[in-house]
Ligand binder design. Structure first.
Ligand code: BDP
Length: 554
């Protein structure tokens, strides 16, 4: 799956901007141009844009529609690429059905056979979550029940692009690199016929040229977080051309460590969310850059795309900023029900979708050097007997797609987990002194070290603390500290970090969360989840300075 590109063989049109919008009924088909619409921004979620509570909280279908003109040439193939529409959608061009999308956080990329000079593009989005969608949810009398902790933002969340290719176009390029001594072996897997492969370095100097799909780069500069060095591979055939950036690096998991280019890693960073004022989950380059600037400022070296694949722009920025990524599929909401893995809940249909989304995720992200590990789920009910066969199949499938390490992020206790042996790295989320023994910071050290010890004893695998944190209202101060104050958050994080430093086999700490984010309304959610180390405006809370001090030295 290649990202659309503009070059002498390929055109690119951006359809972002103001579209027409309305809520629609169940059987709506856009045979004619919609009437009585309002205006809506693309990309963005509509929820925090509208002023009507009914529309903000609408459960069901909405229509996004736009008209556009372009020159049509019979010797070109036209493709539509929408980066993400949450969640399912039906796409129509000029009233004719084009395709159905089931992947709320992954791109839809489809050929448009019936394109004309003047066109009407209609996207009918369905935001309902069930046990057969990811994230998992449930509908009760038309009301949406969700068991995950982020707002069910809806809309066209990433770029809508039309691009052209020649008829005989390059569909895909996968770049595999093997690091060996003073050279690197590059293998290109592609459908391109009789292609010329050219690699240029960061300065644009040609470092390899080949007609074979396997060739060497002498004295390669490896990609790492200090020097995120990127090369560019250009694949050129008689009638098409595509340039893909890549890095050369090696990631391995051993019994105690996660290694990057042979050196043990300590992951410092955050679980995040795509979430900002007004935009909801709408992609914004300005917000993305601000986030990466803050990650660098605080000394982070990694992020987890909790709890769904992030935009391609974020993945590309991670490559460029040298921020490693744990790439998570939207398998969230699979715990916290009484009995999750049953015939009529999370079942084989859910599992096939889960596997399909992993296929799509790896297909999209396989050439990003920043991706160091895939996460197959967050807080699933892995103590339930049927979860074992479910995840054995999901992980086995993921291993056919990638050589990178695989993790699952667990809330289940070590003693109860039935899946830890399947993965390479055990991810755990722990909220001592917050959801357990709230406010008592003295409990953290003992509980955290014992729990990490239990995971280590049971599986002899590296442990990654994927979430720990405390809700904090910016500007709320307390001496001595009390929960929700900035002092408490700082002490809470510091106690957790002390515990990690005492344990063997801990390969990283990701604070929950990078920034405050919107959730459904709830008694413990005052304007959403406030565990951000940065405010929603992206300004530091007190704890950010503690982390900066720790992480820039560690
Ligand atoms: C964890 C979830 C995360 C929540 C967090 C919290 O993985 O999505 O936002 O707890 O409660 O259980 O803050």
């Amino acid at each position: 799956m290649l990202y659309p590109q503009l070059n002498k063989y390929r055109d690119l049109y951006n359809l972002n901007g103001i579209w027409n919008f309305k809520t629609v009924c169940e059987d709506y088909v856009p045979t004619e141009k919609a009437k009585d619409t309002s205006l809506m921004a693309v990309p963005a979620s509509y929820n925090d844009i509208v002023t009507s509570k009914e529309i903000r909280d609408h459960v069901g279908k909405v229509l996004y529609e736009t008209e556009f003109s372009l020159p049509v040439c019979s010797d070109k193939v036209y493709h539509l690429r929408i980066g993400a529409t949450s969640h399912q959608c039906d796409i129509y061009l000029n009233g004719i059905f084009v395709c159905h999308g089931v992947n709320g956080f992954l791109p839809i990329d489809t050929e448009l056979c019936d394109i004309r000079e003047n066109n009407r593009l209609s996207v009918v989005i369905d935001n309902r979550l069930t046990f057969q969608t990811l994230p998992v949810g449930k509908l009760v009398n038309g009301k949406q029940v969700i068991n995950h902790d982020f707002y069910n933002f809806t809309g066209i969340h990433r770029d809508t692009l039309i691009y052209t290719t020649p008829k005989n176009y390059i569909h895909d390029i996968e770049i595999k690199t093997v690091v060996g001594g003073d050279y690197s072996k590059i293998s290109v897997i592609t459908d391109a016929e009789n292609a010329l492969f050219t690699v240029t370095d960061r300065e644009g100097k040609v470092v390899a040229k080949s007609r074979e799909t396997t060739f060497k780069i002498e004295e390669p500069i490896l990609w790492d977080t200090e020097n995120p060095y990127l090369y560019t591979l250009t694949v050129e055939t008689e009638c098409d051309k595509y340039s893909e950036r890549f890095g050369i690096r090696k990631v391995e998991a051993t019994g105690d460590s996660l290694l990057l280019n042979g050196k043990p890693l300590y992951l410092k960073g955050f679980g995040m969310h795509e979430d900002f004022f007004v935009l909801g989950k709408g992609s914004s380059s300005a917000v993305n850059i601000r986030n990466f600037e803050l990650l660098k400022w605080i000394g982070a070296n990694s992020i987890r795309t909790s709890h769904y694949p992030y935009s391609e722009e974020i993945m590309s920025l991670a490559d460029q900023y040298g921020i490693m990524v744990i790439d998570e599929v939207p398998a969230v909401g699979m715990g916290w029900w009484n009995d999750t893995f049953t015939e009529d809940r999370v079942n084989d249909t859910t599992k096939e979708l889960h596997k399909d989304l992993l296929t799509q995720l790896v297909a999209r992200d396989k050439n990003h050097p920043s991706v160091i590990m895939y996460s197959v789920a967050n807080e699933a009910a892995t103590h339930e007997e049927r979860s074992r066969a479910y995840f054995a199949d999901v992980v086995a499938h993921t291993r056919t797609l990638t050589d990178l390490p695989i993790t699952i992020i667990e809330f289940t206790k070590a003693v109860d987990s039935l899946v830890g042996d399947l993965v390479d790295v055990i991810g755990i989320n722990r909220y001592y002194a917050w959801y357990e023994e709230h406010g008592d910071l003295s409990t953290i050290s003992g509980k955290m070290t014992s729990e990490i010890g239990r995971w280590r004893a049971k599986y002899s695998k590296p442990v990654f603390v994927a979430e720990f944190g405390a809700d904090t209202i910016e500007g709320l101060h307390s001496l001595p500290s009390e929960s929700f104050s900035e002092e408490f958050q700082m002490e809470h994080l510091s106690e957790n970090c002390k515990a990690f430093d005492m344990c063997e086999g801990v390969i990283g700490e990701h604070v929950w969360n990078f920034a405050d984010f919107k959730t459904k309304q709830g008694l413990t959610r005052i304007r959403g989840n406030r565990k951000g180390v940065f405010t929603k405006e992206r300004q530091p809370k007190l704890a950010a300075h503690f982390l900066r001090e720790r992480w820039t030295k560690k």
